[in-house]
Ligand binder design. Structure first.
Ligand SMILES: [Zn+2]
Length: 333
């Protein structure tokens, strides 16, 4: 079943039955259920006893195959990093070499590897479905290879592309897809859903997740406590860059930069007479800070954070990384 906030979109999709475009592009920010919707659609396209509402029955042989990841007319294409390869390191290789990171890109071989699937007909006299996610992770070679399939589509094949950043997708690929934008769900709907899932997420948690319910559900509880302590330190004018870097010593740079981006985003919002977007429960802490922080310096710091974000996954030296980050923060005001 799709998520409760996808009802309208599902009805639009159901209206496409019988005249499916060769490729659909689901796009929108992470954490709102694009991939899930594409999977629900894929199953419904393959189901052999679809309901009137266009939903898969969940009981036929096609549904059973789909659920176990074995439907012969379905292919999921994603970066290795999202689906760790089964085969272990070949014997004889050193331990160090064996730690080769799985690729974050969809490679050309993965798209070329679809050619048999595309050229041999359906196993069940129905559709064949290829789900590519996230589509922007296709490298240029892969995107080009896909373009050929989109230009000369095989009958009965439907491509479902899922993208967090469609602007990073080749324009030639984009223009051959029927695009469906997924927007942020209304807060109340997200909160009700989170509650039903047994999540402890509060309105503040949801806001911190940028109103993306799946992201809010995935925020680890222990992380919230660490973040709260860091934000306490940030809001005290007496805490030095050194003490902030000390505090972060044992943390991964990546999440810290993300937290700092949201913290700074809110400072900028308040400095511009707006409201906090992510830290809605911390406005009292943020307000006094803004008085001594010129907007221009905040904006500069924010853009510096964006650059740091690009290297945060593998900084050469985490301690230096945090030192630089917090020295720049304390220089704002
Ligand atoms: Zn079924």
């Amino acid at each position: 079943m799709y998520f409760p906030w996808q009802d309208e979109l599902w009805k639009r999709l159901a209206g496409l039955h019988g005249r499916w475009p060769h490729a659909l592009l689901f796009h929108g920010r992470p954490g709102i259920g694009k991939l899930h919707l594409a999977q629900v659609l894929a199953q419904s396209l393959l189901c052999e006893q679809r309901s009137q509402a266009g939903l898969a029955c969940g009981a036929c042989v096609a549904c059973a195959w789909f659920a176990s990841g074995n439907h012969p007319d379905f292919r999921l294409v994603q970066p290795e990093a999202l689906a760790p390869a089964q085969e272990e390191v070949e014997a004889g290789e050193g331990v160090e070499e064996s730690k080769k990171k799985p690729s974050k890109q969809i490679k050309i071989e993965q798209i070329r590897g679809l050619s048999d699937f595309l050229n041999v007909g359906s196993h069940r006299n129905g559709y064949r479905v290829v789900l590519i996610q996230p589509a922007e992770s296709m490298n240029p070679g892969a995107a080009n290879a896909l373009l050929k399939s989109l230009e000369e589509p095989s009958a009965g094949v439907i491509f479902l592309l899922v993208s967090h950043q469609p602007s990073r997708l080749a324009a030639t690929v984009r223009s051959r897809c029927h695009a469906l934008a997924l927007t942020l769900p209304p807060r109340q709907l997200s909160l009700r859903w989170l509650q039903e899932q047994g999540s402890k997420a509060t309105p503040a948690t949801l806001a911190f997740a940028g109103d993306a319910p799946l992201e809010a559900a995935a925020l680890p509880d222990d992380e919230a406590e660490t973040r709260r302590r860091l934000f306490d330190l940030l809001s005290q004018p007496t805490s030095s860059a050194l003490s902030l870097a000390d505090f972060c010593q044992r943390l991964q740079p990546d999440p810290v930069v993300n937290w700092m981006l949201k913290w700074t985003y809110d400072l900028i919002a308040l400095a511009s007479k707006g409201n906090a977007r992510y830290n809605i429960d911390l406005e009292k802490k943020l307000h006094p800070l803004v008085r001594s922080m010129p907007l221009l310096k905040l904006l500069r710091f924010y853009s510096a954070l964006l650059s740091l974000h690009a290297i945060a996954e593998h900084p050469l030296n985490a301690r230096l990384f945090f030192d630089d980050l917090f020295i720049a923060y304390k220089e704002i005001g």
